[in-house]
Design a protein around this ligand. Structure first.
Ligand code: SF4
Length: 294
């Protein structure tokens, strides 16, 4: 069966560009699960340093980041649309006035075609959604809301500190406001089976999400899971098992939701296991074989 590649979604959102390139930016925000708003210890797999190439830009103003990164990207891709991406931590975890100070200059920048914002479901109050919807009328705004799994017991076990119902509610409020909503999920969280993976895929499908990033659970240094893994308490999926799971999930998801990623990567100095998670092309080839596409 077929799936919808992410570039199809980008073509729909940015019809004037044959190619769109993401430009990560750091809005200098924290996460409610780390700053004490909800908790201090964070999700048990999280070391945000491993997520983002702009982790070190937290103290650099957005104007300076735009001045630094836009020309670099332009030089490399003279004709591409630039999709700014507020990536590290939770990029709507700030008072609205602060968000305006970050987001207004990005959307107003003449070289920026649109903006993707990574966030959590519990940081999308109505007034923020209204503000983003207003910006979305100028340039496409993609709100990327992390889910990880649709199983509430797993969400509690990995210390996400939000529920599936909160995720569904945030997605629907964003969609009603006309925003494009995407998500990311982790395959292979402790205790989960193929039934959980299919259930998560069904939730993604039923919510009509525009795209999904699918990652294998990978263990990075400096996380709660790194200790559990060292203690032998976590068993990771094998490469073949992961490819089976992703293929099954795509069968459930269907073609309305684009597949933005088939794997997740961390810098090699931070990754503990599995050693194959950066092998994106091999994973895609194996998944496509299972979907009878190869
Ligand atoms: S994964 Fe995201 S939500 Fe969880 S602690 Fe890290 S930054 Fe916060």
């Amino acid at each position: 069966m077929h799936y919808t590649p992410y570039r199809d979604l980008l073509l729909r959102l940015f019809p004037n560009y044959l190619k769109v390139r993401k430009m990560p930016l750091n809005g200098g925000m924290n996460c409610p699960n780390l700053d004490g708003t909800k908790g201090f210890s964070g999700c048990s797999y999280c070391n945000n340093r491993s997520f983002s190439p702009v982790f070190d830009q937290a103290k650099v103003s957005i104007q300076e980041q735009l001045e630094k990164f836009v020309p670099k990207l332009r030089e490399k891709y003279p004709n591409a649309g630039i999709l700014a991406y507020l990536q590290p931590y939770t990029n709507t975890h700030a008072p609205l006035e602060h968000l305006r100070g970050i987001i207004d200059p990005i959307v107003a920048h003449k070289e920026v075609a649109g903006l993707a914002i990574g966030t959590r479901p519990d940081c999308l109050e109505d007034e923020k959604i209204e503000y983003l919807a207003e910006k979305n009328r100028k340039k496409p705004i993609i709100v990327e809301i992390g889910l990880q799994t649709a199983n509430d017991l797993t969400l509690a076990a990995i210390n996400r500190r939000h529920t599936l119902a909160e995720f569904e509610d945030a997605v629907k409020r964003c969609q009603t406001a006309g925003l494009t909503v995407t998500t990311h999920v982790i395959v292979g969280l402790p205790g989960e089976t193929m039934d959980d993976f299919r259930h998560t895929a069904k939730v993604v499908r039923d919510l009509n999400l525009a795209a999904v990033k699918i990652h294998p659970l990978h263990i990075v240094v400096g996380t709660v899971m790194a200790q559990d893994f060292a203690d032998g308490e976590i068993k990771l999926l094998e490469f073949e098992e992961y490819c089976d799971a992703v293929a099954e999930m795509i069968k459930v998801i269907g073609t309305e939701t684009a597949i933005e990623r088939f794997s997740g990567e961390s810098p090699s100095e931070m990754l503990i296991a599995p050693n194959w998670c950066g092998e994106r092309d091999r994973i895609i080839a194996e998944v496509e074989k299972r979907l009878d596409l190869a």
